[in-house]
Design a protein around this ligand. Sequence first.
Ligand SMILES: Cc1cc2nc3c(=O)[nH]c(=O)nc-3n(C[C@H](O)[C@H](O)[C@H](O)COP(=O)(O)OP(=O)(O)OC[C@H]3O[C@@H](n4cnc5c(N)ncnc54)[C@H](O)[C@@H]3O)c2cc1C
Ligand code: FES
Length: 283
Amino acid sequence: MNLGELRSPSGLEDLYHPVMAEIKEIKRLTGMETYYRIELPGGEDLGHAPGQFVELSIFGVGEAPFSVSSSPTLKGSFELGVRRAGMLTDVLLRQKVGTKVGIRGPFGNGIDVEKFKGRDVLIVAGGIGLVPMRSMINYVIDNRGDFGKLIICYGSKSDQDLLFSDELKKWADDPDIDYHVTVDMGSETWKGNTGVITTLIPGLDLDLPNTVCCICGPPVMYRFVLLALKSKGLADENIYMSLERRMKCGVGKCGHCQINHSYVCQDGPVYDYPTIKSLQEAL
Ligand SMILES: Cc1cc2nc3c(=O)[nH]c(=O)nc-3n(C[C@H](O)[C@H](O)[C@H](O)COP(=O)(O)OP(=O)(O)OC[C@H]3O[C@@H](n4cnc5c(N)ncnc54)[C@H](O)[C@@H]3O)c2cc1C
Ligand code: FES
């Protein structure tokens, strides 16, 4: 199975029927976000690309899209990072290890990792945007020889809201990763950078023609990150963004996710910046 091929775990033609998968591990990440490790029947691989998402359902409650947070290099199960937002995520939070949930997908285009190979990879993640970007980060880490420098910029509201804190420590200590983190407002014990994520960008040491950047975060972040990257001199065609829109079907049928002529669930959620510029309602 090629990375990123549109499929359902139950078979290529079966995009509408969820497969019953089992929650194998649950960990609270912050007050609002929870980690889930989920196993498909028989430990089948999800076969996703970084940046793709699944539709998760709980019968009698509903279905919602969630980015796959684990790298395709994790075998036998996959990981999600879910923020409590409303009906479904509330009920999901009350589930225990062993609960069965429905899974459709992986859906969306994801990141075309081939285009990133041989190049320096800059990841700019704000808040829960780290969830999908973590898949790409760990993919690069697990295939280190295929990529140039790995530069991570992560911004969060506060140090209490930082996701995957154990992994952040590893990235910070890894001499092979140029890791930068900032929080809008730090607690008394916070010793790192304070300020919005754009404050990290001017200081980056970028090999411009050889750097590709992927951005994911809250809608308000994109415009300012783009301005900062542009003043750094990064070319539009080297900038990719993952967009979030309200979704229902996940497979290009219902129109809920439409931006101009584009269905984010199929053409996205990852777009290159030149394409985004042609979609007036995108940012
Ligand atoms: C491609 C994609 C990837 C995503 N990845 C992630 C991820 O990795 N992690 C993650 O946590 N989330 C992710 N999301 C967002 C996630 O899908 C939503 O948070 C989820 O659908 C919420 O479902 P819910 O039933 O819990 O919330 P809902 O009950 O649908 O509520 C969600 C929000 O909408 C508001 N709302 C609900 N109904 C109404 C109404 N009638 N009028 C006004 N406001 C209303 C609620 O107050 C709440 O703020 C992703 C979304 C997309 C499209
Ligand atoms: S979610 Fe239905 S068309 Fe995109």
